[in-house]
Design a protein around this ligand. Structure first.
Ligand SMILES: Cc1cc2nc3c(=O)[nH]c(=O)nc-3n(C[C@H](O)[C@H](O)[C@H](O)COP(=O)(O)OP(=O)(O)OC[C@H]3O[C@@H](n4cnc5c(N)ncnc54)[C@H](O)[C@@H]3O)c2cc1C
Length: 412
């Protein structure tokens, strides 16, 4: 693989996850020659690694979203792929949600066809490059952005799109920080845990999962199927929903109303209300409710955790003994300040934030920085509750498409 050092790249996408790849595929569809002028950089050697790891670690077997949400612009792309490969049984009712394996194979096929991995032009598009610093030298000519890797290599770019997800912002509720410090090998966030790792000792103790969302439900399902005794503890009653946000948030009416809200704090509130504190899909809920290996404790608080024969967990429903591990399925709380590689940029050019989220302009630009865009969780205050989901990538691309075209050489 060639490297990027000392090159000038018109458009750089930071993050080769679902959003970064979806945006690149859409851009190449609209303008195939763009392959020579874009770079996708990610800390992983291959695209979509983060997605693959997260779904595998939880043992997730089906996506939550319907078949029309994926990484290419043709809504029926994955259905047609399933038909071509006799895999329509991997589209689950009621919304043809694809199996994670089907989705993964479809994504790889889409990547191969798109020219992002082995471009027909011979130009490299995807690079393993962990961005340690992003600088913006306003007035430094056509390529004002400088990206520096953890290996101290650097290159310049005219335009940068941040598609960094929220994986670096795992949320640990404050009451757990001290317990986690005391028992670091036994209490961990769900992002650090895999249902597939060797866990001989766990079979002899209970696994406590904290959380009421789909991650908690999927982990409970996967671990119970592997023979573990699971206790699922949620602060509230568990909610059953097919989707993690009401689908009206993909339609023009709700989005226009959201855009007309001038107070960004209020927009943040709307996102919280519509995404809620998490819910579990009906199929996963049915499995865990019927599993003899899963005890569900809703409306329960943990008041203390002590070490005795494994761990003992004191809750408002009584004592849970012989606990081998506690998994915090407590989600992610995005905060732009949590990203070290942006620290200098934020200090230099104060980007207004609301509860950690940047106030992007309607083109998803990080005002006052020109030609720095965002898609995914980072763009929530413009795109609304669907922003971080797969479908959010298309909504974002539509906002900055014209601005990207303007970066391509014939326009430079
Ligand atoms: C288990 C799970 C299941 C989900 N299921 C669904 C679903 O069914 N439907 C749906 O719509 N949504 C779903 N989501 C939500 C969402 O669609 C996914 O999280 C999706 O992966 C988000 O894509 P992304 O590109 O924004 O982020 P990510 O996939 O997290 O990609 C971000 C990328 O940025 C890279 N990166 C970050 N910082 C740097 C840096 N400094 N330098 C280099 N690279 C960097 C990371 O390595 C990563 O590859 C699910 C989420 C999870 C966790």
């Amino acid at each position: 693989m060639k490297n990027l050092a000392h090159r000038n790249i018109p458009i750089t996408i930071v993050g080769g996850g679902i959003h970064g790849i979806s945006i690149a595929i859409r851009l190449l569809r609209d303008m195939p020659t763009a392959a020579q002028h874009i770079a996708i950089v990610d800390r992983h050697p291959k695209p979509l690694t983060e997605w693959r790891c997260k779904t595998e670690r939880q043992g997730m077997t089906f996506l939550r979203s319907p078949a029309v949400h994926h990484i290419i612009p043709d809504p029926l792309g994955i259905v047609e792929y399933a038909e071509r490969h006799n895999r329509t049984d991997e589209l689950a009712p009621p919304y043809s949600q694809p199996s994670t394996e089907l989705f993964w194979d479809f994504c790889n096929d889409a990547l191969a066809v798109s020219g992002l991995q082995i471009p027909p032009t011979g130009h490299e598009v995807y690079y393993q490059f962990d961005v340690a610093k992003l600088r913006w030298d306003k007035g430094a000519g056509k390529f004002p952005f400088r990206l520096i890797s953890t290996h101290n290599e650097g290159f310049r770019s005219s335009c940068v799109i941040l598609t960094i997800g929220s994986g670096d912002c795992a949320y640990v509720p404050p009451e757990f920080t001290e317990w986690q410090r005391q028992y670091p090998d036994r209490i961990m966030h769900a992002s650090q845990f895999s249902v597939n790792c060797k866990q001989g000792e766990e079979n002899s103790g209970k696994i406590v999962i904290v959380g009421g969302g789909l991650t908690a439900g999927t982990l409970a399902k996967s671990l119970s199927k592997r023979g573990h005794h699971v206790v699922l503890i949620a602060r509230k009653q568990l909610k059953t929903e097919q989707f993690d946000f009401p689908p009206i948030w993909l339609g023009p009416k709700a989005l226009a109303e959201f855009a007309s809200e001038i107070y960004f704090q209020q927009r943040y509130q709307i996102i919280q209300e519509n995404r809620g504190e998490g819910s579990i899909t009906p199929d996963v809920m049915e499995t865990i409710e019927n599993s003899r290996n899963v005890d569900i404790f809703p409306e329960t608080h943990i008041s203390n955790i002590i070490s005795a024969q494994g761990l003992q967990v004191e809750t408002t429903r009584g004592l849970i003994t012989n606990v081998s591990r506690i998994i915090l399925a407590t989600g992610y709380k995005f905060n732009l300040r949590g990203y070290d590689f942006l620290r200098e940029l934020i200090r230099q050019s104060p980007i207004p934030l609301v509860c950690g989220l940047p106030k992007l302009d309607v083109n998803l630009q990080f005002h006052p920085i020109e030609n720095l865009f965002g898609s995914g969780t980072v763009a929530q205050l413009q795109i609304g509750p669907a922003s971080g989901n797969i479908a959010g990538a298309n909504l974002a691309y539509e906002r900055f498409r014209e601005k990207l075209f303007a970066q391509l050489p014939q326009a430079l």
